[in-house]
Every structure is written in structure tokens, then in C-alpha cells.
Design a protein around this ligand. Structure first.
Ligand code: 5AD
Length: 347
């Protein structure tokens, strides 16, 4: 059967041709998905056992200079209530998170020029000094190579920068002309050269996306060989140009996550918040399809509702401690253990 042959090839060679990937996605069924998920989860277990790594997400600013058509914190959204965390706020998030067993802090935000490189370097080195055993991940968008180097030298270890879509024409339909896929990829290359563990990734079911675009994402990820991949469904936000577009499905997202796992066996692959938002047990299903990371929110409750990239984002009301406990319970229920390890990429 062609599907089984393709899944076998993905498993044995970690690759498949464009035609085969396209065929597999187009012809997916419940049976094919099940076979794929089993293989992907087995590969994840071979590398990570039943361990699930956690990352404490600190959403430090929702100011953004960009105007991505899909994103709720785009600069043109006048309805967004903007906020910025101070260094002290951020340190408090880390302190609470450390006590809960988090050993990776992810500083995420819009492209907010209020935080100069000096300020970011100061915040990063404060975290680095106080928590020498923790990984610091940045998710702050496009910067110059010099800025990336500066923040790396200050003590950051990892950088998440989704490529969003690997097809330039599709990229242009999701972003204003001032943004380009070429510059995004240039950033990703610089980050890797500097020595960051790098994460790229895309949205599933974003407006105008074709299956061919999706296959290009899979092939791009394979060739870029990132240490992390962030892939979640597109979810419309009511105050954006894409307010009335359809959301991506959990079903297709899970299928693609499993393919990503087979093509990139050791990659750190989170079951995203967006996946948990469109489907009740989305994050559990993600783990059962090969994901090995979850990223609970450590942001102060007072700002949670303001960091709305898309509608109905989950865990806006849970205290970090509650979120961690409930996650542990959910993971244990499917046979997985949330662990305290840093969970660095292992070659
Ligand atoms: N739906 C899903 N994901 C989104 N992101 C931004 N807006 C949305 C949305 N409406 C994702 C982008 C970005 C990451 C931080 O959040 O992929 O890289």
C-alpha cells in the first residue's frame, strides 16, 4: 500500500519526495493517520522516553512594529491594549517558574523597539546570573545579526523564529510588502551561525495556503535542520484582516507534526498552545503524534488576555502553578511525565 510505503520511507530514511509527501497528505485517512502517529510517537519515545520537556513562556510585550495580517498584536490593531513587562516583572515570572521546576524561560514578544539591545542584554544577563542552570530562549522576531550576537553573548541559548510559510508568494499574502521570506531566512541562518539552537516553523491552514505550500514547509524544515520546530494551526483573530478566514484544523496539524517528527527524529517539537486552543485535548493528541515539548504560560495574569495573537487563546486564567499541575495530570493520563530537565537539543 502506497501510504504504508511512504510512512516506512519516512521512518527509515527520514525523507520522502515532494510527490510522495503531497500524495500522503492528500490521501490521509483515519487509518493512515493512526499508522503515522504510532510511528512518530515511537520515534519520539526512542529519543526522549516518556519525558515531556516544559518551557515557561513569558510574553514580555505586545507592542509590535509589524502588521502581519493574521496576528492580533499587529500594529494596526488599535483595539489591542498594549503592555510591556519591566525587568523586575520578568524576574518575578522566572522566580515563580523556577520554583515550579521550569528550567527554560522563553522571552516572547512583538518586535518592540522600546527594548534596546542594551536593555535586552541586561535582562538576559540578569536571568543568566540568577539561574545559571536554565536555558534562555528568545522569540522576539527579526533583528540584525549584530543584535542577535549581542543577545547570545549576554547569555541567550535558543531562538524561535517561525518562517511562517516557505513559499515567497504565500508569504506575501500573509504579510505587508515590507516583510519578506528572504529576510526571515537570512535571520534564521544568522541565528544558526552564531550558535543558537534555532526553531523555525509555520502555521497550518493559514489563508491561501495550498497543500503544495505545506509540502514546501516540510522540505524547508528538513533542509534547514532546525533544533526546534513550532507548528500550530492558524486561528483567526477578530480584529485582523483575516477575521473571517477559516481556522486550520487539529486533524491536519497533527498529521503534519507526525511527519515533522519522522523527518526530524531528534527535533524539539512542542504541542502548541494554538493546537490546545482549537481542540480540547490538542496538546495530548500532539504528544501522541510525536510532540515532546509543552510551553505553559508564566506571564503575569494581568497581561495574559492582552497577548492575544488569535481568538480564544487558552490558559488565560490559570495561575502558572495550576497550569503546571493540570498539564502534569493530563500528560500522566496518557503515560507521559513532565520533567524539570533543560531539555537541550542532543545531536
Ligand atoms: N493563529 C495562529 N498562530 C498565530 N501566530 C500569530 N498569529 C496567529 C494566529 N492568528 C503565530 C505565528 C508567530 C507565533 C508567535 O504565533 O506563527 O510566529
Amino acid at each position: 500500500m502506497r501510504a504504508i510505503d511512504i510512512i516506512d520511507s519516512l521512518y527509515k530514511k527520514q525523507e520522502a519526495s515532494r510527490e510522495d509527501l503531497l500524495w500522503l497528505i492528500e490521501n490521509r485517512s483515519t487509518d493512515i493517520s493512526q499508522a503515522l502517529f504510532e510511528r512518530a510517537a515511537a520515534v519520539a519515545r526512542a529519543h526522549f522516553g516518556n519525558k515531556i520537556y516544559v518551557r515557561g513562556l513569558i510574553e514580555m510585550t505586545n507592542y509590535c512594529r509589524n502588521d502581519c495580517y493574521y496576528c492580533g498584536i499587529r500594529r494596526s490593531n488599535a483595539a489591542a491594549q498594549r503592555y510591556r513587562l519591566t525587568e523586575e516583572d520578568i524576574m518575578q515570572c522566572c522566580e515563580a517558574g523556577y520554583g515550579l521546576g521550569f528550567r527554560t524561560f522563553v522571552l516572547q514578544g512583538g518586535e518592540d523597539m522600546y527594548y534596546t539591545d542594551d536593555m535586552m542584554a541586561e535582562i538576559i544577563s540578569a536571568i543568566r546570573t540568577k539561574y545559571p542552570d536554565c536555558a534562555i530562549t528568545l522569540s522576539l522576531g527579526e533583528k540584525t545579526r549584530e543584535s542577535y550576537q549581542r543577545l547570545y553573548d549576554a547569555g541567550a541559548n535558543r531562538y524561535l523564529l517561525r518562517h511562517e510559510t516557505a513559499t515567497p508568494e504565500h508569504y506575501a499574502k500573509l504579510h505587508p510588502a515590507e516583510l519578506s521570506l528572504a529576510s526571515r531566512i537570512e535571520c534564521l541562518r544568522s541565528l544558526k551561525e552564531i550558535g543558537y539552537q534555532v526553531g523555525c516553523g509555520s502555521m497550518v491552514g493559514s489563508p491561501y495556503q495550498t497543500l503544495d505550500n505545506i509540502v514546501s514547509d516540510l522540505l524547508f524544515i528538513k533542509s534547514f535542520a532546525p533544533q526546534m520546530v513550532g507548528m500550530g494551526p492558524f486561528i483567526p483573530h477578530h480584529d485582523t484582516p483575516f477575521a473571517h478566514e477559516k481556522a486550520g484544523t487539529a486533524e491536519l496539524t497533527l498529521f503534519l507534526l507526525a511527519i515533522v517528527r519522522l523527518m526530524n527524529p531528534k527535533v524539539l517539537l512542542p504541542a502548541t498552545t494554538a493546537l490546545g486552543t482549537i481542540e480540547d485535548n490538542g496538546r495530548e493528541l500532539g504528544v501522541l503524534a510525536g510532540c515532546n515539548v509543552v510551553m505553559p504560560n508564566l506571564s503575569p495574569l494581568s497581561v495574559r488576555k492582552k497577548y492575544m495573537l488569535y481568538d480564544n487563546k487558552i490558559s488565560t486564567g490559570d495561575e502558572a502553578a495550576e497550569a503546571r499541575a493540570s498539564l502534569e495530570k493530563r500528560m500522566r493520563a496518557i503515560g507521559y511525565e513532565v520533567v524539570t530537565e533543560r531539555g537541550d537539543y542532543q545531536d
